[in-house]
Design a binder for this molecule. Structure first.
Ligand code: SIN
Length: 560
């Protein structure tokens, strides 16, 4: 670890505090390092993040036949009347510069030459090989084989580790943000840093920062079945909410249609790029396997994700089947191994040869389209607090994210947030390290009833899946709300009575995020994009309105 920060006992100060180590956090660190001392805090190993599991790639206009207008139009169409068009335009057109930057850093995107058959002559061998995914009118997804996220994290993390001005604290979990309320300032709500728990010593450190950037990723663990890793517990969204930042559009949780269905496969994604290469969805009907997506959408298996996930859910419930199937047997084993080396190998490990067998799949929670409400610079409604990546709700995704737009958004927002923070640094009120009170743990003692955490965690994820999943009703939402309220009271009591642990912090955050999803879902009196409530018809007239939450819990609908 480097020693470029100011440390005093359990107090530390830095210019940029970045919480989270996915693409948004790492990229923000590399941008910020030119302007000051950076502290990056992450709750597990730095390479354990949602980004690492991203297979498909980064959507960006790079090909001659493509255009910003087409990418914008596809994004707006998927977003079902809730995208902010100017935000979409700015993010889409900022993409190529960010991709150039990644390439300059050494990130490798698969080229057409690498995808050519043995002996085949490819005219543009060095051009990017572009993948296609649901809702895109063009091939425009840059990818590194089928492990794009892993490649991105590898290179960005190597760069961060190599820079002595970036200090990385692994296995340290943020407990709460520090705001001007903690120092009783009678002025606007500013973020001053964060309290961070070191589980190895049980100490909670006070970090004071010139600027705080939340890059904590998503919240897939709020659902029983998810493609997300265990770290995706909505920490940034919950902390920002507790700090009174506005939270928006939490009802729009994206379910990925194709997670591998196998007892030994833990949340393994079968990328949408597989359908982009022609795989079709099938279900068992009678004694046979039949295509069904033609009954739901003209784009069939490549329809937008909300439609595909809902169609599978409907088919499985109707036919009493445990899973649907992907059929990509029209491609040779040689092609599949070259295009999807990781997916092919994983399936084979479970006895499925994609060139010969159908691949069993089910939908699972994948991406949180809502989050901490920001502008195009990642500014939240709390001064000096930025949110970037999946934690943020910028207006790019609207009611349904277009595939592979998330990594693009993370890069552009991380870049913008740092530039904005640097331009405004003179406005930040000076805060003396010793003006901030220590974390107050009161009479908390060690718990001997850890079963409470395990039980509540399981109960929460189960009722969220059953009542607030792909298809909702008013009754189910009311049931979920009653349970969520009970759990919140129980968890809050437990939280203040016992010493905080990473599990307890995550559970508290998840319970808070669950309630936000339910509150936003109850406020939306229509079906739109990813939010499908069978008591309401699908919206008829875009543009729609955002749901907004701000502590103390108030849900209001407002128009742009
Ligand atoms: C996938 O590869 O199917 C996931 C891509 C995404 O979620 O954007």
């Amino acid at each position: 670890m480097h020693t470029t920060l100011t440390h005093a006992n359990d107090r530390t100060s830095c210019d940029f505090l970045i919480i989270g180590s996915g693409i948004a956090g790492l990229y923000a660190a590399l941008e910020a390092v030119h302007y000051g001392r950076v502290l990056l805090v992450t709750k597990q190993r730095a390479d354990e993040c949602n980004t690492r599991y991203a297979q498909g790639g980064i959507a960006c206009v790079t090909a001659d036949g493509d255009s910003f207008e087409a990418h914008v139009a596809d994004t707006l169409a998927a977003g079902a009347g809730l995208c902010r068009p100017e935000v979409v335009r700015q993010i889409v057109s900022a993409g190529p510069a960010r991709i150039q930057d990644l390439v300059a850093m050494g990130i490798h995107f698969t080229t057409r030459g690498e995808m050519a058959e043995a002996g085949e002559v490819t005219p543009d061998a060095s051009a990017f090989d572009l993948g296609r995914e649901g809702g895109h009118s063009q091939r425009r997804v840059l990818h590194s084989g089928d492990i794009t996220g892993q490649e991105v994290v590898r290179v960005l993390l190597e760069k961060c580790r190599a820079d002595a001005r970036i200090e990385i604290w692994e296995n340290q979990i943020a407990v709460d943000l520090i705001t001007t309320r903690h120092v009783n300032w009678q002025r606007e709500n500013w973020c001053l840093g964060a309290y961070v728990l070191d589980p190895a010593t049980n100490r909670i450190r006070t970090i004071v920062s010139g600027c705080t950037i939340l890059a904590t990723g998503g919240a897939g663990k709020v659902y029983l079945y998810t493609s997300n890793p265990d770290v995706a517990t909505g920490d940034g969204i919950a902390m920002a909410y507790r700090a009174s930042a506005e939270i928006s559009n939490m009802e729009f949780f994206q379910f990925h249609p194709t997670i591998l269905y196998h007892p030994r496969a833990k949340s393994f994604l079968i990328s949408e790029a597989v359908r982009g290469e022609g795989a079709v969805l099938k279900v068992r009907r009678g004694g046979d396997y039949a295509e069904f997506m033609q009954e739901y959408h003209p784009l069939k298996s490549l329809a937008p994700r909300d439609i595909v996930a809902r169609a599978i859910d409907n088919e499985l419930k109707r036919g009493g089947q445990p899973c649907a199937y992907l059929d990509i047997r029209h491609h040779s084993e040689e092609f599949l191994r070259r295009r999807f080396p990781n997916i092919f190998a994983q399936c084979l490990e479970f006895g499925i040869n994609m060139a010969q067998d159908l691949v069993p799949v089910v939908p699972a929670a994948h991406y949180c389209c809502g989050g901490v409400r920001t502008d195009i610079n990642g500014c939240t409604t709390v001064r000096n607090l930025y949110a970037v990546g999946e934690t943020a709700c910028t207006g790019l995704h609207g009611a349904n994210r277009l595939a592979s737009n998330s990594l693009l958004e993370a890069l552009v927002l991380a870049h913008n947030a740092v530039a904005h923070a640097v331009a405004r640094r003179q406005e930040v009120p000076p805060v003396a390290l010793d003006a901030i009170p220590d974390w107050h743990s009161g009479e908390a003692r060690n718990s001997d009833e850890l079963i409470v955490i395990t039980h509540n965690w399981e109960e929460l994820r189960r009722f969220m899946w059953d009542y607030v999943g792909i298809v909702r009703t008013n009754k189910r939402l009311e049931r979920a709300k009653a349970r969520a309220r009970l759990l919140r009271h129980e968890i809050e009591k437990y939280y203040w009575d016992f010493t905080v642990t990473p599990d307890l912090i995550e559970l508290r955050n998840l319970a808070s995020v669950a309630e936000m999803i339910i509150d936003c879902a109850m406020a939306r009196k229509e079906s739109r994009g990813l939010h499908f409530n069978s008591d309401y018809p699908v919206h008829s007239e875009p543009p729609g309105k955002d749901t907004v939450l701000r502590r103390p819990v108030q849900v209001a609908i407002w128009t742009e």
